[in-house]
Design a protein around this ligand. Structure first.
Ligand code: CDP
Length: 311
């Protein structure tokens, strides 16, 4: 079904059952990284989006006076002033290329997966949307984090935009130890102020976590890259942004928790997230379409997608 889809992509998407069956057919087959496919895909990403240079806002790619457009809405642009410029690192603040990376989506397939140790064995662990990492989950999702994304909408929903007490926020990010909090501060105009507030809140208390801002040009280019490959959602999911960045920044990428379906490979019903069952707004992202692209990358040896229990 999946091969057929890639030859005739204009036809309907396979339904959930067909995807599960297609994936099942591949299970048990040895997976091998395909070095030339990895290099080929990295070249595509470098040509469109250059993650190494443009992943975050830096002093190098965003000088004072530069005008940038918000990538998540039309009409609004902003100009980098001295104060905002002073918040940017000189260049992308990682030792590139990163070696082994785990990218952890929040899918319910991680629950009872026992994948925590394997996830933590990577040199660099990336997570989405400030996920819970309390001890009840560590067996399945690990506890190490080098980078975690945070949308301004989460800051609004969970922490009242940091307009009142900031302690709950500062305490809640301690589980991410010394990691970067990656915020799309310049995707929507309304998100800029809360993102800056997150930056100053953590800086003021001398927290070990440091905020870096997503470069809106990078997000826009990654969006276009996948649109050209047939992903039609209004906006890419955070997870796909992160996997795309990882493929440009890391030598080896393994992804966990990317499974936007309601049953696992054995037909057992699973929750949407490993920590709750709140469903997404299905119009906004196109997660099953995204899944097929990731599955294709897995099959071609560009990344490894972990779907079964670990060990
Ligand atoms: O806010 P958003 O829906 O983008 O993300 P989330 O629910 O916090 O999950 C983080 C990421 O994991 C998503 O952006 C998806 O890429 C991925 N995910 C998945 O593939 N399957 C799921 N059942 C849930 C999340």
């Amino acid at each position: 079904v999946l091969c057929w889809l890639y030859i005739f992509p204009v036809y309907r998407l396979p339904d959930e059952k067909e995807v599960v069956q297609g994936v099942l057919l591949q299970q048990g087959r040895a997976w091998r990284r395909n070095r030339s496919a990895v290099a080929g895909f990295r070249k595509l990403l470098k040509d469109c989006c250059d993650p190494g240079r443009f992943f975050a806002m830096t002093k190098e790619n965003s000088p004072v006076g530069k005008n940038l457009w918000y990538d998540g809405e039309f009409l609004y642009s902003f100009t980098i002033d001295n104060e905002t410029f002073s918040l940017f690192p000189k260049a992308t603040p990682f030792q590139l290329p990163l070696k082994k990376c785990s990218v952890v989506g929040n899918g319910g397939i991680l629950k009872n997966s026992g994948c925590g140790r394997q996830i933590d064995q990577a040199d660099f662990v990336m997570r989405c949307n400030l996920p819970p990492l309390t001890s009840e989950y560590s067996k399945d999702v690990g506890s190490k984090t080098q980078l975690v994304t945070a949308n301004p909408s989460i800051i609004k929903k969970r922490f009242q935009n940091l307009l009142w007490s900031r302690k709950a926020f500062v305490d809640s990010v301690k589980v991410y130890n010394q990691s970067y909090i990656y915020m799309p501060a310049f995707s929507m105009k309304a998100g800029t102020e809360p993102s800056l507030r997150v930056y100053y809140t953590l800086a003021d208390v001398g927290a070990r976590q440091k905020v870096i801002f997503a470069n809106p040009n990078f997000l826009r280019n990654i969006g276009k890259f996948w649109k050209n490959k047939g992903i039609h959602g209004k906006r890419l999911s955070t997870g796909l942004f992160l996997v795309s960045a990882a493929l440009g920044l890391c030598e080896e990428v393994t992804i966990y928790g990317f499974w936007p379906f309601s049953m696992d490979l054995h037909g057992k019903f699973i929750s949407h997230h490993y920590y709750d069952n709140i469903l997404p707004d299905s119009w906004f992202h196109a997660m099953p379409e995204e899944f097929l692209q990731l599955w294709f990358l897995h099959k071609s040896g560009v990344l490894r997608m972990q779907l079964e229990h670990c060990e």
